[in-house]
Design a protein. Structure first.
Ligand SMILES: Nc1ncnc2c1ncn2[C@@H]1O[C@H](COP(=O)(O)OP(=O)(O)OP(=O)(O)O)[C@@H](O)[C@H]1O
Ligand SMILES: [Mg+2]
Length: 207
């Protein structure tokens, strides 16, 4: 089982959106996926309630229950385990970082937001997982008219020695609407730009 942790201590940076869509992408590729919803706001769980299909499966957990849930998912034969983390505690996120094969850090393409996530980058370094596990940044909610923001963000990330996923997530209505409908963007608008973005990021992870 491959474990993907979606991380960012910055709130509203697109973690849940990415976790859900990558899990749906796994399902569409014939892999069974579970999302561990670590956020007390339970956005992933609410999405699952609105969803017609039971998969990807979503299970709410706190940091204490995470490793047990992870072991249970492995035993039940899930192929992919996505962790949708909360925007808050360092200690809680560390539990998720420790079991991850891949860490995707979401951030909006703004210099202020990127400066604010240095804690998240420290967390990955603290766990000394940067070499063992694949960690990268994904810019999210990129406005199509502002290539300058994206380019400046990518330059700053290079300075911080963070690997950046060549595919970013644009600000698109499909991400918002599909979440409400209990779908992934690849289901909601299979030929849309958002579906292309998710497919590219999923491929980049090589899971
Ligand atoms: N690429 C996007 N395009 C348009 N809207 C988006 C995009 N990504 C996220 N959103 C919207 O932005 C809001 C925050 O996104 P999301 O819930 O995924 O962030 P989060 O990091 O999980 O937030 P939190 O830190 O509160 O858990 C949601 O309303 C979501 O629909
Ligand atoms: Mg969230």
């Amino acid at each position: 089982m491959k474990t993907v942790c979606i991380l960012s201590q910055k709130g509203g940076s697109g973690k849940t959106t990415l976790a859900i869509n990558l899990a749906v992408a796994s399902q569409l590729k014939g892999k069974s996926a579970m999302i561990a919803d670590m956020d007390s706001q339970q956005s992933s769980s609410m999405w699952h309630t609105a969803r017609a299909d039971d998969f990807p499966y979503v299970q709410a957990t706190d940091s204490k229950g995470l490793k047990q849930l992870h072991a249970a998912a492995e035993e039940q034969g899930f192929d992919h385990f996505f962790i949708d983390t909360a925007p808050t505690s360092n200690k809680d996120s560390l539990e998720a970082v420790e079991i991850a094969d891949v860490i995707a850090v979401t951030c909006k393409p703004s210099i202020m937001d990127l400066r604010a996530i240095s804690n998240t980058i420290d967390l990955i370094e603290m766990a000394k997982l940067k070499d063992k596990c694949k960690a990268f940044m994904v810019l999210s909610m990129v406005e199509h008219y502002s290539t300058r923001d994206r380019e400046e963000s990518e330059a700053l990330l290079k300075e911080l020695k963070m690997k950046v996923c060549p595919q970013w997530l644009g600000t698109r209505v499909a991400y918002r609407r599909s979440l409400i409908e209990g779908e992934g963007v690849q289901e909601y608008e299979p030929r849309g730009k958002a579906a292309e973005e998710i497919a590219a990021i999923h491929k980049f992870m090589k899971i």
